[in-house]
Design a protein around this ligand. Structure first.
Ligand SMILES: Nc1ncnc2c1ncn2[C@@H]1O[C@H](COP(=O)(O)OP(=O)(O)OP(=O)(O)O)[C@@H](O)[C@H]1O
Ligand SMILES: [Mg+2]
Length: 588
C-alpha cells in the first residue's frame, strides 16, 4: 500500500518541478521581450499553444483509433492455398539462373546442350549438336538446340517441356549433366514469361517413326502443359530432338558469354561435335564447328543404389515404407549398395531386430536401431564404376588445345564418397607460354563435364584453389585469393549427384570431403609443376653461368698465349677446346 502513495508524491514532485521550469521560463521571457507589444503577442500565443496541444491530443486519439489491421485465424485460412512449383520458380527465376537477360540466354543454351549430351550418351549415340541463336530485336532472341539423340516419345513431350520437376534423372543415382527435372521446362517458362511465345519441339524416335512438332506453354498456376499445336511433320533426320525457345536476352562477350561456354563444353566433351551459329548480325548464317576429337563415348556408367552410410533416418524410414522386399534382410540387400547377405545379417543382429521383420511395419525406434547399427557395421565403399572421368590424357589434350603453355599436367583421383555418394575429382594445370604472369590464374570449373561460369566465389572449387599453398609450388599467391601467374587450372568433379549450391547449378557446395579431394588433386599437380619449374630454374642459372664463363674464354686464351708463348693457331685451338669443355659440362 505504501507504493502508490510514494508514486503519488513522486507525481506531485514532478508537476512541481514542471511549474518551477515554467516559472523560470516566465521570468526569462520578459527579459527577452523588448516591450509591451511583444508581451501582448506572447499572451496571444498562449491560447494558440493550447490549441496545438489540443490538436496533438485529438491526433493521438485519431491515431489510436486507426487500429493496426489484423487477421483472425479464419481470415488467414481463407488466404492459405497451394503454391505451384512453377509459380514459385516464376517468382524466383534467379534461383534457376534467369536473373538477368545475358545469364538467361546462357542458361537456356546450357540446359538444352546438357540434355542433348545426356540423351545421346544414354542412347549410345556419338553426339552431334547444333546451337542456333538468332537475334530478332535488340533484346529478343530465338534459341534453337538440335541433337541426334534418341528423340522423345510423343506422350512425354508435353510433360517434359510444360511441367517443372519432371524428368528421368532425379530418382536415380547415375552420373549425368542434368539431375533435377527443371532445366528445359524452366527455360521454356522464362521464354513464355518474357515474350509470350510457346516452346516449339520437333522430335523423332526412329527411322521409320513419324516426326512430331509441338507448340506448348506451361500453365504456371497448375504447373501443367497446354498444348497449342501437335502435328506430324516430315523431318529427314532419323532420330533426334530440336527445341526452339524465344526469349528476352542479351548477347555479350567475355567470361560469362555463350561463346565461352560452348568452347569450354567442347573441351570437356571431346566426343561431341558442336555446330554453333552465333547471333552477331554480320556473322549470321556463319557456322562455327567445334569438331570432335574422339569418337569414343565416355565409359558407360551404371546406376547405383544408395549407400547405407549416406542415408538419413527419415529417408531410411521412407525406404522401409516404399520397399517391395518382404523382409528386412532382403530390403537391406536389394535397396542398398554394398550390402551382402552377411552384412545384412550383421546389421539386423546388431540392431536386435529379426531379419524376417516386415519393413513396412517397422516402428520409428526399430528404424533408429537399424540406422545406428549401420553406422557401427563395416560396409565396403560404394562401387566406383558408376563414375566416368574425363581422364588425364583427354584433359591434357584439352589444355593443349586451349592454351599454348610450357608445362601441362593432369591428375585423376580415385573415386571416394561424400554423404554416401561416390564422386571423383580431376585437375589439369597449364603453366607459362603465352599466358600473362601478372594476371590471376584462369580457373575453369566443371561438374559432370559441364562448365560452371557463374558464382565462382561461392564454389567449393574456388575455395580449394584459394586455400592451396601455391607459394610452395613457386607461384605467387595473395592470401585467400587465386594464385597469380601464367597459370590455367581446370578442375572437374564427377558424381552420381553433384551437390550444387542452388537449382541454377552454378557452384559446388562446400562439403569438407569434396574440398579435401580437390586439394589433394591440386597438390599432386602442383608438385609436378614444381619439379618442372625447379629444373627450368636450374637450367637458366647454369646457362647464365656458362654465358659468363664463355665471355672470358678469349681473355683466358690470351693470358695462356702470353705465359706459354703460343702461336695464333694454337691459341685458336685452345679457345675452341675451352668452349668445348664448357659446352660438355653444361650438358652433363
Ligand atoms: N533432347 C532430349 N532428348 C531426349 N530426352 C530429353 C531431351 N531433353 C530432355 N529430355 C528428357 O526430359 C527430362 C527433363 O529434362 P530437364 O532438362 O527438364 O530435366 P533434367 O535434365 O532431368 O534435370 P535438370 O533440371 O538438372 O536439367 C530429362 O530427364 C530427359 O529424360
Ligand atoms: Mg536438363
Amino acid at each position: 500500500m505504501a507504493k502508490p502513495k510514494k508514486k503519488k508524491s513522486a507525481g506531485k514532485k514532478k508537476s512541481g518541478a514542471k511549474k518551477k521550469k515554467a516559472g523560470a521560463r516566465k521570468k526569462v521571457a520578459p527579459r527577452k521581450a523588448a516591450g509591451k507589444k511583444k508581451a501582448a503577442r506572447k499572451k496571444k500565443a498562449a491560447p494558440k499553444k493550447k490549441t496545438t496541444a489540443k490538436k496533438k491530443a485529438t491526433g493521438k486519439r485519431a491515431k489510436a483509433k486507426k487500429k493496426r489491421p489484423t487477421s483472425s485465424a479464419d481470415e488467414m485460412a481463407e488466404k492459405q492455398r497451394d503454391i505451384s512449383v512453377s509459380e514459385f520458380f516464376a517468382k524466383n527465376r534467379h534461383l534457376l539462373g534467369f536473373d538477368n537477360p545475358s545469364k538467361a540466354l546462357l542458361t537456356t543454351v546450357k540446359e538444352g546442350v546438357d540434355n542433348a549430351l545426356d540423351a545421346c550418351e544414354e542412347a549410345g549415340v556419338v553426339p552431334e549438336i547444333r546451337i542456333e541463336i538468332q537475334q530478332l530485336a535488340e533484346s529478343r532472341f530465338r534459341v534453337a538446340l538440335e541433337d541426334n539423340g534418341p528423340g522423345i516419345v510423343r506422350e512425354q513431350v508435353p510433360k517434359i517441356f510444360g511441367r517443372l520437376l519432371y524428368g528421368s534423372k532425379f530418382h536415380r543415382l547415375r552420373q549425368s549433366r542434368g539431375q533435377q527435372g527443371i532445366g528445359i521446362s524452366a527455360a521454356g517458362m522464362y521464354g513464355l514469361l518474357t515474350t509470350g511465345k510457346p516452346v516449339k519441339i520437333l522430335t523423332k524416335t526412329g527411322k521409320r517413326k513419324q516426326a512430331h512438332e509441338f507448340e506448348l506453354v506451361i500453365d504456371t498456376q497448375k504447373n501443367k502443359p497446354q498444348v497449342k499445336r501437335d502435328v506430324v511433320v516430315k523431318w529427314p533426320k532419323h532420330h533426334g530432338t530440336r527445341v526452339e525457345i524465344e526469349l528476352e536476352g542479351h548477347y555479350r562477350g567475355g567470361q560469362h558469354s555463350v561463346d565461352n561456354y560452348i568452347r569450354q563444353i567442347s573441351l570437356a566433351n571431346p566426343h561431341a561435335q558442336i555446330t554453333y551459329v552465333p547471333p552477331v548480325a554480320e556473322e549470321h548464317g556463319a557456322e562455327h564447328v567445334f569438331p570432335r576429337v574422339t569418337k569414343k563415348l565416355p565409359a558407360h556408367t551404371d546406376e547405383i543404389q544408395p549407400h547405407p552410410y549416406g542415408i538419413e533416418l527419415g529417408v531410411l524410414m521412407q525406404m522401409f515404407r516404399d520397399t517391395e522386399s518382404r523382409n528386412l534382410a532382403s530390403c537391406l540387400r536389394n535397396d542398398f549398395s554394398r550390402v551382402s547377405p552377411r552384412v545384412a545379417a550383421e546389421i539386423c543382429e546388431r540392431a536386435g531386430i529379426s531379419p524376417k521383420r516386415r519393413p513396412g511395419e517397422m516402428r520409428r525406434e526399430e528404424a533408429d536401431s537399424i540406422y545406428k547399427a549401420i553406422k557401427q557395421t563395416r560396409i565396403m565403399s560404394p562401387p566406383t564404376d558408376c563414375i566416368a572421368p574425363i581422364g588425364e590424357d583427354l584433359i591434357l589434350a584439352a589444355l593443349k588445345a586451349e592454351v599454348k603453355a610450357d608445362f601441362y599436367s593432369a591428375v585423376t583421383r580415385r573415386p571416394t564418397i561424400y554423404r554416401g555418394n561416390p564422386f571423383l575429382v580431376e585437375v589439369g594445370l597449364a603453366y607459362g607460354g603465352e599466358m600473362h604472369s601478372d594476371d590471376s590464374a584462369l580457373l575453369y570449373r566443371y561438374a559432370n563435364r559441364v562448365p560452371l561460369q557463374y558464382q565462382q566465389g561461392a564454389c567449393a572449387i574456388t575455395r580449394a584453389v584459394s586455400a592451396t599453398n601455391w607459394k610452395s609450388y613457386l607461384v605467387q599467391h595473395p592470401k585467400g585469393a587465386l594464385p597469380v601467374g601464367p597459370l590455367l587450372v581446370m578442375v572437374h568433379i564427377a558424381s552420381v549427384w553433384v551437390p550444387f549450391t542452388s537449382e541454377s547449378k552454378d557452384a559446388v557446395a562446400q562439403y569438407p570431403e569434396i574440398i579435401k579431394e580437390f586439394r589433394f588433386a591440386l597438390q599432386e599437380c602442383g608438385r609436378k609443376m614444381t619439379t618442372y619449374l625447379r629444373k627450368q630454374k636450374r637450367a637458366a642459372e647454369e646457362a647464365k653461368k656458362a654465358a659468363y664463363i664463355e665471355k672470358y674464354i678469349p681473355q683466358v686464351a690470351i693470358g695462356l698465349q702470353e705465359i706459354l708463348s703460343l702461336g695464333d693457331r694454337e691459341t685458336g685451338k685452345l679457345t675452341h677446346k675451352l668452349t668445348d669443355v664448357l659446352e660438355r659440362s653444361r650438358k652433363l
